[in-house]
Design a protein around this ligand. Structure first.
Ligand code: BJ8
Length: 425
């Protein structure tokens, strides 16, 4: 598609074209510095580069084409929203979390300043008219996870059409499972009403299979990257996880499996993206949405390699599959409810699974240290970081806690802390 056709599309979506041009320019430069400058990347990374370069172009065109064919677009902010159901309703589901400071001042007019950067970012992108994904949505799904998000959706909802909020329980008792199942059913009904498509057992089975295949590809990638020497950079795997929320799920799975085939060849030849002996680090904590690449870049440019992300844009989203043995609609809906109740988000209390998961992941990946990442003002993850710090220290796994936002102002200071941590490891 030509540049002028893209501009016409963005204009129709009511984007602020001048501000949007500025955003794409900064994004392109940032991507070049952080991604394209890497040495020894896999050929399959071309897919990542292509998707990222067309994230506001070709992918948005695809969404417009889907809409022209009568399909609906569902926007989400959290891994609790079951994509299986959206696919079964013949809809397209896309992630709307954003990882850049755009529109921050506008966002601070409607949410408190001491709100995390992720929330301010999705609000800022909307208010500054910068996000073609948000503007393409027929329904935007929020969820009652942290207080920041659930209060923000009240005001955000005044600025978008068709805001829908799923109630996510805060505990994991039988009554919470019951509540969650009823929310899964309510979401199914709302999708059917929006799309006019009845979610049958056959359609849902297909939706479950597509999303499971996507998660299987991510599991395969996570298993392969654990090899020594490390065959793929942490930055590239983070990008894979980020793209998993935007790209068509079938195309994504196919490309990630091809990337994994190439990684297998690399492993067989004992080739790594970094030399053997490079310190292995695992990230744990808040999700890192596109283009939040600051910390991974600082870590990997300090001489370490990231071999795991315990995060929703990471293994928390791919660890569990939906049981595929269900045959009736009811069985499948139960299996979906069960799978999503396993998510160990810090919004749950108690949340004993998460420390266990973090420690066992660190051991399985044989990491030299864990870097806990929390966005400033994120209560759930900063609270849990204290407990996790204690647990990992007791297990003699070196740990560093980082609290930051999306600005680059603290980059130098963070780099110094990361370097000191790597030396200490
Ligand atoms: S399941 S982690 S995607 S809620 S960083 S907005 S928690 S103040 S993102 Fe999340 Fe779903 Fe949980 Fe995952 Fe609040 Fe913290 Fe901000 Fe956060």
């Amino acid at each position: 598609m030509s540049e002028s056709a893209y501009r016409e599309m963005w204009e129709k979506l009511d984007l602020d074209l001048a501000a949007h041009d500025g955003l794409l320019e900064v994004l392109g430069k940032f991507y070049g510095d952080i991604y394209l400058s890497q040495k020894g990347r896999l050929n399959g990374a071309e897919y990542l580069d292509f998707v990222l370069s067309e994230v506001h172009g070709l992918r948005i065109k695809e969404l417009q084409d889907a809409k022209a064919q009568g399909k609906k677009v569902i926007g989400t902010f959290c891994v609790f929203v079951p994509e299986e159901l959206s696919l079964a309703a013949d809809a397209v589901q896309v992630g709307l979390c954003s990882g850049a400071d755009a529109g921050k001042e506008l966002a601070e007019e409607i949410v408190p300043r001491n709100t995390c950067a992720l929330i301010k970012s999705f609000i800022g992108f909307k208010l500054a008219k910068l996000c073609p994904f948000t503007e393409s949505c027929d329904m935007i799904v929020g969820e009652t996870t942290c207080d920041g998000k659930k209060k923000a959706y009240e005001t955000f909802g005044e600025h978008v059409d068709n805001m829908y909020v799923m109630e996510v329980p805060q505990r994991k008792e039988a009554s919470d499972r019951e509540l969650w199942k009823s929310e899964v059913l309510r979401f199914k009904d709302s999708l059917e009403e929006l799309t006019g498509v009845e979610i049958t057992a056959e359609r849902l089975k297909k939706g479950i299979r597509i999303v499971n295949e996507k998660r299987r590809a991510l599991q395969r990638l996570n298993a392969l990257r654990a090899a020594v020497p490390t065959p793929i950079s942490g930055r590239d795997v983070l990008l894979v996880n980020q793209i998993s929320f935007y790209d068509d799920p079938v195309r994504f799975t196919e490309n990630i499996n091809k990337l994994c085939d190439e990684i297998e060849e690399r492993i067989a030849a004992s080739e790594g993206v970094v030399p053997e002996g490079t310190p292995r680090v695992m990230l744990s904590g808040c999700p890192m949405a596109v283009p939040n690449w600051k910390l991974p870049w600082l870590i990997e440019s300090s001489g370490a390699v990231i071999v795991g992300e315990e995060s929703c844009i990471g293994t928390r989203n791919s660890r569990d599959l939906v049981d595929e043995s269900g045959e009736t609609l009811e069985e499948m809906l139960d299996n979906i409810a069960d799978r999503y109740m396993k998510i160990d988000c810090a919004c749950f209390t108690p949340n004993d699974e998460r420390p266990q998961n973090v420690e066992s992941m660190a051991r399985e990946l044989d990491v030299d240290g864990v870097i806990q990442y929390a966005l400033m003002f994120c209560q759930p993850y900063t609270h849990e970081s204290i407990k996790l710090d204690r647990r990992l220290s007791e297990a003699e796994i070196p740990v560093l806690g980082i609290e930051t936002d999306y600005s680059m102002e603290d980059a130098e200071q963070l780099k110094t802390r990361v370097e000191a941590f790597l030396e200490m490891m």
